[in-house]
Design a protein around this ligand. Structure first.
Ligand SMILES: Cc1cc2nc3c(=O)[nH]c(=O)nc-3n(C[C@H](O)[C@H](O)[C@H](O)COP(=O)(O)OP(=O)(O)OC[C@H]3O[C@@H](n4cnc5c(N)ncnc54)[C@H](O)[C@@H]3O)c2cc1C
Length: 431
């Protein structure tokens, strides 16, 4: 059996579903092919879905702020109603706790340039705003088995930054389903329980994909939006080895605990202890790691075969570090949380680009920080694909995309597969 479309999108996570919606708006007949049973069941299903703007580059900050505006107007952006209702942006605001190591001056400069409001807090303000926080400094972050774990390194952290334009999306799988429904309303198709095992070429261009059951789907455009499987899909397309920046899968854990003061808990990004937390429904909170040097990195060769259980060692590292900041934390005896994969690029900045194979496009390397950007990533990819398929040489003259809400102009050359590793990056989940 052979089916024919204008574009095949491998993956129906938040990124693939967003691309389907934006391509369909342009009149493309798209099909998303996903080996799982529903939209957003891959790494999107495990995301903390935090929406924030403090990235280490102007481009990252501008994309995140534009995307924040999309989430604020989510039902309007979707144009149609989903029978399950819309996902919601919960605007908690963000408190960045500064460390002795990092002032965030550069990041605040980008906020000034883009008109994103923020407040700089001294320690007294931090303690008044979040009374359950201890402001002692512990930098550098350590693991509990370090003999100096919990030793204060200064009387207090250098202060904090409050950014109101931040929060989280309450249901990331529902958000993916919302995008699926929005795309379907424009004629898009979604095929689930269908694994792509081959990518076919014809006369030097991509010609389509072949599924595990042997079905062929033809299209002149194929998009790799396979999340942590991105490097495997690139291998299938025969383009691994043609890019300067590559992607790999990195295992990460997020832990669930009772929240100390769920009403007043904002999203906290703590550079001093190398962790973050945000409130979750049911008076709980999530705690994650910001990849400080003390946390070992667990790279995964086979994204279908890794430990999905939380480990007591990482639980202790993340939770005990947060307990230094929130001494009243109620730590359960049994670890609870999730383990899933980031699709990490060499510089923790995504690759949104064409490839050396004509018609084959990349929306990969989301590096644990691109859920929030999915609606705009859909638009970036749709503009890129339309321009390249019309003959534009994006490698020579990078496509630019105008942001509908903020009016900024984004240079897609920033996300090139052939960039030099971007040394301005945090080389962490902060992007
Ligand atoms: C623990 C964790 C916490 C995170 N927290 C945040 C956060 O707070 N904020 C933020 O912005 N981002 C966060 N992220 C990152 C964010 O979740 C990802 O960037 C985003 O969800 C990636 O979406 P995706 O669609 O690219 O990937 P996925 O959701 O993984 O979708 C890829 C899809 O491709 C399918 N697929 C793969 N190979 C094939 C194949 N051969 N055939 C068919 N289908 C295939 C998979 O089944 C999957 O459904 C976090 C990620 C994790 C893991």
């Amino acid at each position: 059996m052979t089916d024919r479309y204008d574009a095949i999108i491998i993956g129906a996570g938040i990124i693939g579903a967003g691309i389907a919606f934006e391509l369909s708006k342009k009149g493309y007949r798209t099909v998303n092919v996903d080996k799982l049973a529903a939209a957003g069941e891959g790494s999107t299903g495990a995301t903390c879905a935090i929406v924030r703007t403090h990235y280490s580059t102007w481009d990252g900050t501008a994309l995140a702020y534009e995307s924040f505006r999309h989430w604020q107007d989510w039902p309007g952006y979707l144009e149609v109603e989903d029978e399950r209702g819309p996902a919601r942006l919960i605007e908690t605001g963000l408190v960045i706790i500064r460390s002795a190591q990092r002032s965030f001056k550069k990041e605040l400069g980008f906020h000034d340039q883009l008109g994103i409001p923020y407040e700089e807090w001294d320690v007294a303000t931090l303690q008044a705003e979040i009374p359950f926080c201890d402001a002692t400094a512990f930098y550098p972050p350590r693991r509990p088995d370090d003999e100096h774990f919990g030793d204060p390194t200064a009387q207090s952290v250098p202060g904090a930054i409050f950014i109101p334009a931040a929060g989280y999306v309450n249901d990331p799988q529902l958000a993916s389903h919302n995008l699926q429904r929005a795309a379907e309303a424009k004629g898009a198709k979604f095929l689930f329980d269908t694994e792509v095992v081959g990518i076919r070429r014809h006369e030097g261009r991509v010609a389509g994909v072949t599924s595990k059951s042997g079905d062929a789907i033809d299209a002149p455009v194929v998009v790799n939006a396979a999340g942590p499987h991105s490097f495997i899909v690139n291998r299938m397309a025969g383009i691994d080895g043609t890019m300067k920046v590559i992607t790999r899968a990195l295992r990460h854990e997020v832990h669930y605990l009772p929240a100390p003061d769920a009403e007043r808990l904002p999203f906290i990004s703590d550079d001093d202890i190398g962790g973050y937390c945000r409130p979750e429904v049911g008076h709980t909170m999530l705690i994650g790691s910001q990849d400080p040097a003390c946390d070992p990195q667990e790279w995964i060769d086979d994204p279908d075969d890794f430990n999905r259980d939380v480990t007591s060692s990482q639980w202790q590292s993340q939770v005990y570090r947060m307990a230094l900041r929130i001494p009243g934390l109620d730590i359960p005896t049994h670890p609870k949380g999730i383990a899933d994969l980031y699709d990490v690029s060499d510089d923790w900045i995504p690759i949104y680009d064409r490839s050396d194979l004509g018609g084959f496009y990349l929306a990969i390397g989301t590096s644990g920080n691109q859920f929030k950007n999915a609606p705009m990533v859909g638009r970036l990819m749709a503009e890129l694909i339309a321009a390249c398929e019309a003959g534009h040489d994006h490698d020579v003259d990078a496509v630019r995309v105008r942001c509908p809400y903020t009016g900024e102009s984004l240079d897609l050359g920033f996300y090139s597969r052939n960039r030099e590793v971007n040394r301005a990056s945090s080389f962490s989940v902060l992007g």
